[in-house]
Design a protein around this ligand. Sequence first.
Ligand SMILES: Cc1cc2nc3c(=O)[nH]c(=O)nc-3n(C[C@H](O)[C@H](O)[C@H](O)COP(=O)(O)OP(=O)(O)OC[C@H]3O[C@@H](n4cnc5c(N)ncnc54)[C@H](O)[C@@H]3O)c2cc1C
Length: 568
Amino acid sequence: MPANFYTDNADLKFIMEQMLNWDAIIAMKETIGGGDCPYESAEEAKTTYLEMLRDPVGELAANRIAPRAEEVDDIGCRCENGRVIFPEPLQRNLKDLEDAQLMGMTIPRKYGGLQFPETVYTAAIEIVSQADASLMNFFGLQGGIAETIAEFASDELKERYLPRMSTGEFTGAMALTEPDAGSDLGAVQTRAQEAGGMTATQDPATGQWKISGTKRFITNGCGDVILVLARSEDPAKKGGARGLSFFLVEKNPRVTVRRIENKMGIHGSPTCELAFDECPAYLIGMRGMGLARYTAWLMLAARLAIGAQAQGIAQAALVEALKYADEREQFGKPIKQFPQVSAMLSNMRMLVEASRALLYATCEIVDLHQGAEAKGLREETKRYGKIAEALTPIAKYYATEIANKVCYDAIQIHGGNGFMKDYPVERLYRDVRITNIYEGTSQIQVNWALPRILRGDLEELLDAEMNRAVSDPTIAEQRGRVREPLALLREAQQFLQGKDQEYRELVAPHLVDMWIDVYVSLLLLRQAEKWDYKKQVAHRFIDVMLPRVRMNREYVAHSHVIDLNAKA
Ligand SMILES: Cc1cc2nc3c(=O)[nH]c(=O)nc-3n(C[C@H](O)[C@H](O)[C@H](O)COP(=O)(O)OP(=O)(O)OC[C@H]3O[C@@H](n4cnc5c(N)ncnc54)[C@H](O)[C@@H]3O)c2cc1C
């Protein structure tokens, strides 16, 4: 049977087919029987989504994209006189995605897109990333850029750009980072322009905006449609984030690629330094809301995409490690039979499934939120929006940290061969390293999650899982074991109410890890109700997380740093 990265992935298929609440997602996101909705029933919508994941996505990823990944990585992208040149196999990948009409997966139908839910798009990103993580930086970035345009740009801009993004004729980029503004985007052009920041000025006669300055580390900065964060207001009157606006720039001679970065991984994704010289730009939305509203919105979508990218890389590493451990013999037997190796594999598999459970639980909420907003349901928009904002950075943090760990262990299982370019795990190890850095580092995701966990934005999720009726006694017993870590989590939350911000940030990773451990245990137990094998996964996860939650509770209570000014 030919390989297929959807049907071969039993866990992803299980989540897509049995775990998600499609009725709720479809009720929010579609208007069955009305408008331009092509489906006559929710069942038809679901079948269409899942069929798409099987073929073309799963088929294309396994049989065309994956076999080209090594060559894309070897050749990489080049920049000659401001022109970025893609390796030939990457060009074929992009053409395949275009031909399969996959470049506009979440773009509204009226602009030629498929208007699929985020959940389906995220699964497609995972599958594509399993084949070639760098390709995701075209395929997975496209959605966030296009959705931001669809949500906030004028009708004229939507008409002009979205149809061409749907076909793949135009690809997108987002230009936020500057030499002095990385994690701290509020610092965009707070210094003089010669420091490399962005300024935007408007011609009072014509209303035309022009932007000047430099952006760095811009993925696909050579793309056709660039969303740019720039300072539009006088810093003396409106400083910091309040002075930033959001702009759309169409590729033109006044924006040039100065160079592309020479990177550790994702060689098939050009990371550009861009120079804007009095470059014509269109304002998106309202002035002064560039960071607080539009960038924040775009980053939520992009963070989900990076979580899925990490998930795909972790899946690829797991598959490679399982295969190698079956084939490689030492001391007269396959290495898989050694207890330490099988424990490592077992742990990797459990972690891959744990982070996938959290990733798609997050997607479901994001879809419910988007659907509620589109339908003008105020209560639901508020409720799901609050959860989505807290859960997305947590899912990104968890998926990317887990994927790094899984790739590390995949190399270990390969022994010396893992260090060689002859095996795919070497590339996966390099590619995965960026996932917990871009779109906000893990520290930034944790900082984002911290106040939201402390003020109880996610309590509803824990309560729903703890109060779910369970008939299976094994599952009920395991759920009983989650009561203790849940109580420790609540104690830690309470304890931090009385602490200052510096102490809270110091112990934030421990608190967030405690929250994840509790919630993921409950998600895996819910999965166990539908698939017996998952009882083993949930049981092992709870065994491992119990002592970890106790340890993290201790860290929350007693943490301090050593004197970094002492002579090292
Ligand atoms: C390959 C690649 C592609 C990229 N693509 C894009 C793109 O398409 N568009 C774009 O705009 N940007 C892009 N970036 C930039 C990326 O988003 C930033 O590199 C990232 O957000 C981190 O910023 P920084 O590199 O300036 O690190 P810094 O902000 O300097 O961070 C350095 C360290 O300090 C820590 N730190 C910083 N602030 C805090 C804090 N408040 N609390 C705790 N720890 C903190 C960080 O976690 C990190 O460990 C890309 C980067 C790379 C490498």
